[in-house]
Design a protein around this ligand. Structure first.
Ligand code: GLV
Length: 329
């Protein structure tokens, strides 16, 4: 008896073991390393496919859904899913899944690394050294900001925010403040020794402000010129959330004029393009959206996306659905 396996697209190159996991269940079309499909190419590739494994870089919106009527699921290998128009997906009967939990600790490690690099001016001083400009040692050579014992502000207190708070409070004895759409339950606040404050108080009090909130129309430019003006001139800002949460042009101006001391950015408005002004200011640490990038974690993220495709299309049970209204394959 011959059975026709459903066809899926893996929209970005993934590890071989992810393809091996999917192959027994599906006809898979893969994407070569280095290839990023344009929206039109993605529509083309999705003809005849019931599922797609996406990164945060493929937009699944009403236009694509109308052009791909056979699609039943888009499985994001990122935890953030602002590339999904969930309302349009639900209307079209297409399930979206994301990849939470598996990247929490790794991403929190990176948030802390970026905070340390920014506050202690690690990349700026390395560029100085590599350029052969280190001629003498002086007391204030690349003197940065204290991290231990300082006040950390966290904007967005989901799983990753809480993991950063635990590192800060328990490892670095920091005074942890946070602001979030909703306040944490008292036991969770106690576990990360974090105190809930208003956004204004957070901006004013933080020596270091880390952004970990999801991107949406509501969080667009949560940090712009007005918010930067509320921060201490000695403060550092770290964005591991999403481009667009910060007004990058306003931030570059604040950094150039030293209205805040420094910033560490892993995400950018319009990435992989980076606002040209950010490339010319020295007091910013720039990384190419790698907060979850350890091989173990990136494998776990891709495997969770693969297991969502199998869970939904084969067993009718996705692991981490976003719009569970759509639950019949
Ligand atoms: C990465 O940015 C993610 O959302 O997983």
């Amino acid at each position: 008896m011959s059975t026709v396996r459903p066809a899926i697209l893996i929209a970005r190159a993934v590890f071989p073991e992810i393809e091996d996991r999917l192959r027994p269940f599906f006809e898979i079309e893969t994407t070569p390393p280095g290839v990023v499909w344009t929206p039109a190419q993605l529509v083309d590739r999705l003809q005849g496919k019931v599922g797609v494994l996406t990164t945060g870089g493929e937009r699944i919106d009403a236009g694509l859904l109308a052009a791909c009527p056979g699609l039943k699921i888009a499985a994001n290998l990122a935890v953030g899913y602002n590339n999904f128009d969930l309302v349009a997906m639900t209307a079209a009967g297409v399930l979206g899944t994301n990849a939470p939990d598996v990247l929490t600790e790794t991403t929190a490690d990176f948030g802390f690394a970026l905070l340390m690099a920014t506050a202690r001016r690690i990349t700026e001083s390395e560029h100085f050294l590599r350029a052969g400009r280190w001629k003498e040692w002086s007391l204030d050579l690349f003197a940065g900001a204290e991290v231990h014992g300082s006040t950390l502000g966290i904007l967005g207190m989901g799983r990753i925010g809480q993991a950063i708070a635990r590192r800060a409070a328990h490892g670095f004895r920091m005074n942890v403040l946070y602001h979030n759409r909703s306040r944490l339950a008292p036991d969770r606040e106690a576990a990360c020794k974090a105190r809930y404050v208003s956004k204004d108080e957070l901006l004013r009090a933080a020596d270091h402000l880390v952004l970990v909130l999801p991107y949406s129309a509501q969080s667009h430019h949560t940090i712009g010129a007005a918010e930067l003006a509320q921060m201490k001139p000695t403060a550092t800002l770290v964005n591991i959330a999403r481009g667009g949460v910060v007004d990058d042009a306003a931030l570059a101006a604040a950094l150039r004029e030293r209205r805040i001391a420094a910033a560490g950015l892993d995400v950018f408005e319009g990435e992989p393009a980076v606002h040209p002004d950010l490339l010319t200011v020295p007091n910013v640490v720039l990384t190419p959206h790698i907060a979850s990038a350890t091989l173990a974690t990136r494998r776990a993220m891709a495997m969770l996306a693969a297991d969502n495709l199998i869970g939904f299309l084969v067993h009718g049970k996705p692991l981490t659905p976003l719009n569970s209204e759509v639950l019949t394959p």
